[in-house]
Ligand binder design. Sequence first.
Ligand code: NAP
Length: 288
Amino acid sequence: MSAPLEGRVFVVTGVSSGIGRSTAIEAARAGMDLVITGRRADRLAEAAKVIESLGRRVVSVVGDVTDEGFTERLLDEADRAFGRFDAVFANAGYGAERRVLDFSETEFRRMFEVNFFASAHLIRDAARRLLAARRPGHLLMCSSCVARFTLPGYGPYSATKAAQAMLCRSMRYELKEHGIEVSSVHPVTTTTEFFEVAADTKRTGRPSVAEHAPSYFVQPPERVARAVVRCLVRPRAEVWTSFSARLGAAIFTAFPSIADLFLARHLRYIPACAPPDESSKSRTSPQS
Ligand SMILES: NC(=O)c1ccc[n+]([C@@H]2O[C@H](COP(=O)([O-])OP(=O)(O)OC[C@H]3O[C@@H](n4cnc5c(N)ncnc54)[C@H](OP(=O)(O)O)[C@@H]3O)[C@@H](O)[C@H]2O)c1
């Protein structure tokens, strides 16, 4: 009997590092062919080599997910190389550990452009193509556990992740009857480049809040990757990779004052909670 994902085509964004890279490799192990993307060509080439070494076909498309026409190019490449795509994972994204008031309007909008609008555009375009071709498919977005609760310093980021989760849930209802699955993925603290970018560690030398995350809230990207691939085999609405985070999110949503109590223990580590003169020393610049 052939494996359930054997020969299926999977489009994944943000494959130059972290969750996207691990997911693409795990999917290749499960027999999928890949269309991968990211801005760093050298990192993408390295990921492509690993995928090919697993005996799968891969097409790399280098670029910024917010570039005009980029999504169309990505899905066109899947059609050109493989004649179709079966699943899409809108995973590319970034965070910035900074107070809401310390974001410029441009930085604020940029975060929504990358994390929300680019992933929404990809999933919507992919859905339209599947509908037009009368094909089933599976569309996923990398949201976060902070789609359901947040921390100081993570307001705009959480807002983009909550927006992604809601969009996925709505599209799930709308597309189900057409055989198209939609899922949101909700990782907890994952050991990728994410927090280096969020805290702008190279420039500021400042460790991220992730340094202080309880160990049961920390996981490697491979764990998320395995959960995403399991979801491709057995689709469901949401992928959670930590039971405690899922339970915490449910409790924090129902009882916000419990969230306040729990998070109070950790607030002192968060630069966004420092007095303004202290935290302004560690302001970061947006990833562009
Ligand atoms: N790490 C965590 O704790 C965590 C927890 C929950 C959710 N997430 C979510 O997981 C997803 C992946 O993050 P990660 O943890 O794997 O972080 P990562 O290691 O920093 O990877 C982010 C990926 O997104 C790509 N990317 C960022 N901005 C882009 C842009 N404008 N255009 C194209 N590609 C872009 C990056 O590639 P280039 O820089 O080469 O473009 C990179 O491949 C994100 O959506 C993040 O919000 C992460």
